[in-house]
Write a protein that binds this ligand. Structure first.
Ligand SMILES: Nc1ncnc2c1ncn2[C@@H]1O[C@H](COP(=O)(O)OP(=O)(O)OP(=O)(O)O)[C@@H](O)[C@H]1O
Ligand SMILES: [Mg+2]
Length: 394
C-alpha cells in the first residue's frame, strides 16, 4: 500500500510515544522539533505550564481549507491535548501536530515552563486564544494617542525617543540595547499615556499589564503568567511591555512576608528582566507612584528611573488648551486664570476633575457656553486639596 508522507509522519511520532511508554531505557528520538525521551526524564523535567497557539497546516491540500479553530472548552481541549501529546518533549518555538481530528494540524509552543520539558498528565495546557480572552494582560493595546499629546516630561520623552530608535532597528544596538526602564511619579502625570503614545507612533505591539493581574489564585500562577507575558512579547517583537503599578507585585523585601507568593513572582520577574532568554526587540517599562516600595533587586535592574513631574504653568496651559479644543460646546474662559487655579494639579486632575466637571455643570444647567463660573463650581466639587497633591517625592 502506498502511503502519503503525511500519514507516515503521523504514525511515526505516535509510535514513538507508545514505545516510550513500554521502554524504560534512556533514549531519545528527534522528529521535527518534537523529541521523545524516557520516563526518568519525564519525572525530572515535567512541563508545568504549556501555552500553545494554532499554527495551521504545514501544506495546503487541494480543496481542504485551513480551519478556523476556536477552543470553546479549555478543560476538554486540555484532555484532548494530553491524550495525544503526553510524553512529548517541548521547547519554546517547537510544534505539536494533531494526530486525530485534524491530522497534521500544527500547534506552536508559545511558552513552556520550564523550557525543554516533557508533557505529563499534570501539565497545564492552555491556548493563547483562550488565554487572551481570559487574561487581560496578554492582550495588546491599540491606542490613538500621539507623542505630541503628552505635554512636558522632557526626560521621559528623550528616553522614549531612544527606545523608539531601538525598536525600529533592534539589530543596531548589539549588547547596548535599552531593556528595562522605570517611570515613577505622582498619579495622573502621563506615565501610561506616554507608553501608549510610543507604541502607537511606532506601530509596535504594546502589552499593557496591571501588575495585580499577574497574580493568580494558585502558587505558581504569578510566575507562569510573567513568563507567558514575556514570551508573548518576544513572539511579537518588536514589542513594548508596560507593567503598571509594579510595586504591587515587586514589593520591597521588608513587605514580602505579608504575601507568600511575592518571592516567587519577584524571582520570575528578575529572570525575565535579566533576559536569560534573549529579549531582542522587547523593552519593558514599569510604572509606579512609589519607587521606594519596590524590591531592591528588581529596582537595580532598571537602567534608568525617570520621574514624571507635575506640570508647570506653561505645561498646564498647554494641557488646558489641548483639552478645550475637544470640548463639544462653546466656552468663554480665562485660560491664564485657570492655569493659576490649577497649580500643583496633575494632567489628569485638570482634565477629569476641573474641565470635565465644568463642562458637565454647564450642560446640566442648560447653558450653551462654559464659563468661569463652571470652573469655580468644578474647583469646589472636586476637593483637590492642595495638601493632598503636595509632592510625594519632595
Ligand atoms: N503630561 C501630560 N500631558 C497631557 N495630558 C496628560 C499628561 N499627564 C496626564 N494627562 C492626562 O491625564 C490622563 C491620565 O494620565 P495617565 O493615565 O498617563 O497617568 P499616569 O501617570 O499613568 O497615572 P497613574 O500613576 O495613576 O497610573 C491622560 O489620559 C491625559 O488626559
Ligand atoms: Mg498609569
Amino acid at each position: 500500500m502506498v502511503k502519503t508522507p503525511r500519514i507516515l509522519k503521523s504514525n511515526f511520532i505516535y509510535l514513538e510515544v507508545l514505545n516510550v511508554k513500554s521502554d524504560n531505557k534512556s533514549h531519545e528520538v528527534k522528529k521535527s522539533n518534537i523529541s521523545i525521551k524516557s520516563n526518568n526524564f519525564e519525572r525530572e523535567n515535567e512541563a508545568k505550564v504549556l501555552v500553545l497557539e494554532t499554527a495551521g497546516y504545514p501544506f495546503s491540500f487541494g480543496m481542504l481549507e485551513s480551519p478556523n479553530i476556536e477552543i470553546s472548552d479549555k478543560y476538554l481541549f486540555e484532555q484532548y491535548a494530553k491524550e495525544q501529546w503526553v510524553g512529548s518533549v517541548v521547547e519554546i518555538g517547537s510544534y505539536l501536530f494533531d494526530q486525530k481530528i485534524l491530522p497534521d494540524y500544527a500547534f506552536r509552543v508559545v511558552a513552556v515552563y520550564p523550557n525543554n520539558s516533557i508533557i505529563t498528565e499534570n501539565t497545564a495546557i492552555v491556548t493563547t486564544a483562550v488565554e487572551d480572552e481570559k487574561k487581560e494582560q496578554a492582550k495588546s493595546v491599540i491606542s490613538d494617542i500621539h507623542m505630541d499629546d503628552v505635554i512636558g516630561q522632557v526626560n521621559a520623552k528623550k528616553k522614549t525617543k531612544l527606545i523608539a530608535k531601538y525598536l525600529k532597528n533592534p539589530d543596531s544596538f548589539g549588547p547596548w540595547a535599552p531593556k528595562n526602564v522605570l517611570f515613577y511619579g505622582l498619579p495622573g502625570t502621563g506615565k501610561t499615556m506616554l507608553a501608549k503614545a510610543l507604541s502607537n507612533e511606532l506601530d509596535v505591539k504594546l502589552f499593557l499589564v496591571k501588575a495585580t493581574s499577574l497574580i493568580g489564585d494558585h502558587v505558581g500562577d504569578g510566575a507562569s503568567r510573567i513568563q507567558e507575558l514575556f514570551e508573548m512579547a518576544r513572539h511579537n517583537a518588536p514589542a513594548l511591555i508596560f507593567i503598571d503599578e509594579i510595586d504591587a507585585i515587586a514589593l520591597h523585601r521588608s513587605f514580602q512576608s505579608l504575601r507568600g507568593d511575592v518571592a516567587e513572582v519577584v524571582n520570575a520577574l528578575l529572570t525575565e528582566m535579566d533576559g536569560i532568554q534573549e529579549n531582542k526587540g522587547v523593552v519593558t517599562i514599569a510604572a509606579t507612584n512609589n519607587p521606594s516600595s519596590i524590591d531592591y533587586a528588581i529596582r537595580s535592574r532598571f537602567e534608568e528611573e525617570i520621574e514624571f513631574k507635575l506640570p508647570n504653568d506653561d505645561e498646564r496651559k498647554k494641557i488646558i488648551e489641548l483639552n478645550l479644543a475637544t470640548f463639544p460646546m462653546e466656552y468663554d474662559l480665562n485660560v491664564e486664570k485657570i492655569v493659576k487655579l490649577t497649580k500643583r494639579m496633575s494632567g489628569r486632575d485638570i482634565k477629569d476633575k476641573i474641565l470635565k466637571n465644568a463642562l458637565h455643570n454647564a450642560i446640566i444647567n442648560d447653558h450653551d457656553t462654559v464659563t468661569m463660573e463652571d470652573i469655580d463650581f468644578a474647583l469646589k466639587v472636586t476637593k483637590v486639596k492642595k495638601d493632598e497633591v503636595k509632592g510625594m517625592f519632595e
